[in-house]
Design a binder for this molecule. Sequence first.
Ligand SMILES: Cc1cc2nc3c(=O)[nH]c(=O)nc-3n(C[C@H](O)[C@H](O)[C@H](O)COP(=O)(O)OP(=O)(O)OC[C@H]3O[C@@H](n4cnc5c(N)ncnc54)[C@H](O)[C@@H]3O)c2cc1C
Length: 307
Amino acid sequence: MINNGLEMGIKKDGFKGEIRRHVPMKECTSFRIGGTADLVLYPQEIGDLQIVMDRCRDQKLPYLLLGNGTNLLVSDRGVREPVINLSHGFGEMRKQGSTVMAGAGVKLIQLLRMCAANNLSGLEPLAGIPGTVGGGIWMNAGSWDMQIGDLVSSLMVMDRTGKIRWVKRDEVEFDYRRTKLPAEELILQGEFSLQREKGTKIVKRMEEFLRKKKETQPLFQPSAGSIFKNPLGIAAGKLIEEAGLKGTRKGDAMVSPLHANFIVNVGAARSKDVLELIDLIRERIYQGKGVKLELEVMIIGEPEMAA
Ligand SMILES: Cc1cc2nc3c(=O)[nH]c(=O)nc-3n(C[C@H](O)[C@H](O)[C@H](O)COP(=O)(O)OP(=O)(O)OC[C@H]3O[C@@H](n4cnc5c(N)ncnc54)[C@H](O)[C@@H]3O)c2cc1C
């Protein structure tokens, strides 16, 4: 009902993007897990997003923001809040000297290819990360000792009132897998400061990073990437592997035999299976090593019912 009001309201205000109801979240996430979202909105442009923010604020509605859904575990019971998916719009990219601007909905791989085509290097360690620019910056995604925040020079953001502004990098806190914006704004665009280098060299490095990832991570099985953050000084995957948990299953959720910090969906895994596996891993590592593993994956949607 609440979402009906929102849908009618944004249509009245001239929302031009796509509106979908009863969307299986397994279709919107790389884990291929999750119940139905009541309402998913795909704003095409900033004006659309402002319309949605205005209505959500007026109706005091919380919402969930989605990029490419590659760092998420969605509850089997689905999502009641409106989901705002930025991955169908916000796709602009442009270059000025050795600076590149990219919209929140641009896939990281598209950005990397554009940079290589323009002889601009720096972002190639991100090859193989399947997120968007918006999700990548929000998560401060990274690989091989490089994080996307290292190269951000400024961000275009929108606050909860729909106001847009540019934020300089020194106003932003880039932590390990978490970016703190001054007022938890939404990211609309990222500006990256890059180095000039021959495109062929950049492509070669991208391919090398990707090759190494394919060898060590289950990139072609449904997952949400690393489940846990690495505790200080040690890889979570190493702890889990040393505890003998590779291949451990709960239903169709399995600790990847290739990389122990990935849980893969080997069929029709439910979020309940993944959560049980997470609990088992945490318990074992805490009992065995005294280390409390912290989640990197974000859990969203209606909480599972207690058994
Ligand atoms: C096979 C595989 C390999 C992976 N490898 C890596 C890796 O090497 N390194 C790494 O860091 N991650 C990795 N990941 C995790 C994931 O790809 C990254 O965290 C990515 O940055 C998430 O981007 P996304 O667009 O999919 O965000 P989503 O999963 O859609 O969202 C993640 C979070 O970002 C928020 N968000 C999304 N867009 C915006 C926006 N515009 N403004 C504000 N908040 C926003 C969402 O609300 C949510 O809280 C991997 C995932 C998979 C499936």
